[in-house]
Every structure is written in C-alpha cells, then in structure tokens.
Design a protein around this ligand. Structure first.
Ligand SMILES: [Zn+2]
Length: 99
C-alpha cells in the first residue's frame, strides 16, 4: 500500500516534469520557427532602441563649450556637466509658457 502511494507520487512528479520540459521545448521550437520565418530582420526591441534620431528630438545644447551635450528641452542643468542651462530662451516656443 505504501509502495503504491510512493509510485503514484513518483508518477505525478514525472508527469509534471515532462509537462514543464515539454512546454519549454515547445516554446523553443516555436521561437526557432518564428525566427526562420521572420528571416534576417532585426528584433523589434533593438530597432526601437536604435531608432532615436537626435535631430528630431527637441534638445538644448549645453552652453559649456567643453561639454556641448544635448539635454532635453526644459532641463535646468546639463545632465553631463551640471552647467546651468538657460532653458527659457531655447524652449519658449516649444514647451509653452508654464514657467
Ligand atoms: Zn554640459
């Protein structure tokens, strides 16, 4: 009786393991097939990260001649060197007149 119970538990553990492993294998196969069907195009996440043209973003250039870092419009200080940025002069037409 004890042996039957232990065997049932063992079988249940084996079934769970097989199901989990089978799901993992299925996911891997589906991903490989999707990659084969998709061809050599880059992954959308990488494309989204790479696609950020700085020319289209509204940026304010740091007035420090050694830095010249691009900062988001409305920034009060340069995020690279900490130099105060006259945001009002450059961003007045872009971000409204809140400040
Ligand atoms: Zn700077």
């Amino acid at each position: 009786m004890h042996l039957v119970f232990a065997t049932l538990i063992f079988i249940a553990v084996v079934i769970v393991t097989v199901v989990l492993f089978g799901g993992w294998v299925l996911m891997t196969v589906i991903r490989a097939i999707a990659r084969l069907l998709g061809g050599p195009r880059p992954e959308p996440v990488a494309r989204r990260l790479a696609y950020r043209p700085p020319s289209e973003q509204r940026v304010v250039r740091c007035p420090q001649t050694r830095c010249m870092a691009d900062n988001p419009v409305g920034a009060r200080f340069c995020r690279r060197c900490g130099q105060a940025i006259e945001a009002g002069r450059a961003a007045r037409g872009a971000t409204g007149s809140l400040r």
